[in-house]
Design a protein around this ligand. Structure first.
Ligand code: 13P
Ligand code: SF4
Length: 332
């Protein structure tokens, strides 16, 4: 028999009270899953808060790279994921594609020693480890500007993976030049060289959507996540990570209309009035939405039964170098 949402939530709360677990949920999770989170937040907050938590099991409701980051930062914790869902952007680069990019840059006359690689946290532990081994570090959308500004002091070329939009948006904001590998330009001419990855959800927002809302509600604020295309970010009133968007919108007077360009679940629970999704379609992240209440219940039940499912395991070398790349970020 299928249990109702309320019944499943009751069972989950009961299991949580009896087990040594912390349930972690990203802002993009379905509402009913998000409500079960002991720790909620954006990717940077989740990485930090979970590291400071001392439960034996972290039950991570999000996408694969987020659970992996927790495991890397706290190798002694047991990290389980109700769904091992993989962010489509993170999937756009692996170790081989990363090596290929380094080779392409070498052919263009930029040697490895002159590159400082930075990876957006939306990447696998394998890619983070490659970057850590090459002296690079991780960033999130909340701290990308600080991390890149700091890296530019080293007088090296920045290789930014995998999100070309975040890389180019930060470059534009800082008045730095940027290019995308394979776009036909000479990477030697650019301060920030971006890998050609992107988020399929944040590509949904268009200039037409912005024009539609500006015409329909003159004075409306357009706010977007920096994974949106640079032309969208240029046309917006505010660009920020999920936490920054939430803070900005909470501080607006309630009568101020706002159209938001980020994942649907977050926008939908922002505030009851005068908030619109900046798209005519529903911008749901398919992988974030994979995790259901039933999955969370079954994961907790498996822990109770002594046979955890969906556990993350990483080899020692990956953990070491991905950890170094993440710790370099944390230190800043
Ligand atoms: P945040 O770093 O803002 O949480 O974003 C993660 C993400 O996947 C956005 O698409
Ligand atoms: Fe990945 Fe985009 Fe989903 Fe974020 S919204 S988890 S970047 S696919």
């Amino acid at each position: 028999m299928q249990l109702s949402t309320a019944e499943l939530q009751e069972k989950i709360c009961d299991l949580k009270s009896r087990l040594d677990v912390t349930v972690v949920a990203h802002f993009y999770q379905r509402d009913e899953v998000f409500e079960m989170g002991d720790i909620t937040g954006d990717s940077l907050e989740l990485a930090k808060k979970t590291r400071d938590d001392d439960a034996e099991f972290v039950v991570f409701c999000g996408v694969g790279f987020m659970g992996e980051s927790v495991k890397v930062l706290s190798p002694n914790k047991r990290v389980v994921m109700p769904k091992l869902a993989c962010c489509s952007m993170a999937k756009m680069i692996d170790g081989l594609y990363y090596d290929e990019s380094i080779k392409t840059l070498a052919e263009a006359g930029i040697v490895k020693e002159d590159i400082l690689p930075i990876t957006y946290i939306n990447s696998s532990a394998e890619v983070k480890a490659k970057i850590g081994e090459m002296g690079g570090l991780v960033c999130t959308s909340s701290n990308a500007k600080v991390i890149i500004a700091n890296a530019l002091k080293e007088d090296k070329k920045i290789l930014f993976v995998p999100d070309r939009c975040l890389g180019q948006n930060i470059a534009n904001e800082m008045g730095k030049s940027s290019c995308v590998i394979g776009d036909g330009s000479d990477p030697k001419e650019s301060d920030i060289i971006c890998y050609d990855g992107f988020c399929s959800v944040h590509q949904l927002f268009s200039l037409d959507d912005i024009a539609f809302y500006r015409k329909k509600y003159p004075g409306i604020k357009i706010v977007v996540h920096p994974e949106c295309d640079p032309i969208i970010c240029d046309a917006a009133d505010f660009v920020g990570s999920t936490s920054q968007l939430i803070k900005y919108i909470k501080e607006l007077p309630i009568e101020q209309k706002v159209a938001v360009g980020t994942e649907f679940n977050l926008v939908n629970r922002l505030r009851p009035k005068n908030t619109y999704v900046l798209s005519s379609s529903k911008p749901e992240c398919p992988t974030m939405n994979e995790t259901t209440l039933q999955d969370l219940y079954e994961t907790l039940k498996a822990i109770e039964d002594g046979e955890p499912i969906g556990e993350i395991f990483l080899d020692e070398k990956t953990t070491k170098w991905a950890g170094i790349a993440l710790e370099r970020m944390m230190a800043l």
